[in-house]
Design a protein around this ligand. Structure first.
Ligand SMILES: Cc1cc2nc3c(=O)[nH]c(=O)nc-3n(C[C@H](O)[C@H](O)[C@H](O)COP(=O)(O)O)c2cc1C
Length: 314
């Protein structure tokens, strides 16, 4: 049987050892709803027999992501949605990584049957509800057990999470982030690329979802972003729960794993009714990455910042 590519389409298959059309729809919809850098969905998905193959696609964001790190993080997020969709169908999901022409592939084999765990059920139920929320949050009242659950969701082999806490630490991070936002805001070529991926309707990075204040604005600086000073930013950050996700070592597959960890935490938050968003833009400046790692004493290389909280005004 020829391999059916289902990026945005429905795969075919009807025998006992193949995905049914309905299963293919469930799987491709879950993958499509994964978060991705600039909403580029830099992967392709192919279903064959009882396997699903996710391949990194060489979408090149020359200005934003020249090394492809965000692309691989995005593939990791898509992989989580893929695995959860398969588990939600009551099948086992064994993941094997490979690479072809320098691009990571993840093959998921689903030949067995097994009911999803309670956590898998809950997170897979959140896949279609997850969104980037770039409004102001209130994370101050996040109970310790919720913070622990989010941290646990991020932790995976080589991947660690670290909450930013305390006035001094927050101010140090705010300084790095305002520095990065200024650099990106004032970089005309960077802004040209960002606006080419920005749309007001349909596909792409939706302009109406952009943050206007605080960390969300600083985390996706455009030519129009009004930057707060570092003290104002630090004060706002202290009202949110901000997690740094790092990975060690930092090979391509490790970056996919880090992206998977980010999505696990995001889905965990969504399933608990929390708002969240992910920020990587500042981490594309080497000095910000190293400043963050040194300032926070991180074990791994920083991959993403995640912000969580209850949406203000709800
Ligand atoms: C690897 C990665 C990097 C991202 N970087 C940023 C970022 O720096 N700033 C930001 O506001 N959103 C960032 N996002 C969020 C994406 O813009 C968002 O997932 C995409 O536009 C789809 O929208 P949705 O999350 O609401 O489905 C990132 C997402 C991923 C997966």
């Amino acid at each position: 049987m020829p391999m059916s590519t289902v990026t945005g389409e429905t795969g075919s298959g009807c025998g006992a050892g193949e995905w049914s059309a309905a299963e293919s729809v469930v799987i491709s919809r879950a993958v499509r709803n994964a978060p991705s850098v600039h909403n580029t969905r830099p992967w392709s998905l192919a279903l064959h027999g009882r396997t699903a193959e996710l391949r990194e696609r060489p979408t090149v964001l020359v200005q934003h992501d020249p090394d492809g790190r965000d692309r691989r993080l995005s593939c990791g997020a898509a992989l989580v949605n893929l695995v959860l969709a398969i588990r939600g169908l009551g099948r086992t999901a064994e993941v094997a990584f490979g690479s072809s022409a320098g691009l990571v592939t993840a093959t998921v084999t689903a030949t067995g049957r097994a009911e999803p765990s309670e956590v898998e059920r809950r997170r897979s139920g959140a896949v279609l509800d997850r969104r980037s929320c770039r409004q102001a949050f209130d994370g101050t009242g996040l109970p310790a057990r919720t913070r622990d659950a989010l941290l646990e969701a991020v932790e995976a082999p080589g991947v660690t999470g670290r909450w930013i806490s305390g006035a001094e630490e927050t101010l140090g991070v705010a300084r790095l982030l305002t520095y990065a936002a200024r650099a990106f805001r004032d970089n005309a070529e960077y802004q040209r690329e960002l606006s080419s991926w920005t749309t007001t309707t349909g596909e792409g990075l939706r302009r109406e979802g952009f943050g206007e204040q605080g960390l969300a604005a600083v985390g996706l600086a455009t030519g129009r972003t009004r930057l707060p000073d570092e003290f104002a930013l630090a004060a706002r950050m202290q009202r949110e729960a901000v997690l740094v996700v790092g990975v060690q070592p930092e090979g391509p597959v490790d970056q996919v794993r880090a992206g998977a960890a980010v999505e696990q935490a995001w889905l965990e938050a969504t399933s608990r009714g929390l708002a969240a968003s992910v920020i990587t833009q500042p981490l594309h400046l080497t000095e910000v990455r190293s400043g963050l790692a040194a300032g926070l004493g991180l074990v791994g290389a920083p991959q993403a910042l995640m912000r969580f909280g209850a949406q203000v005004g709800r």
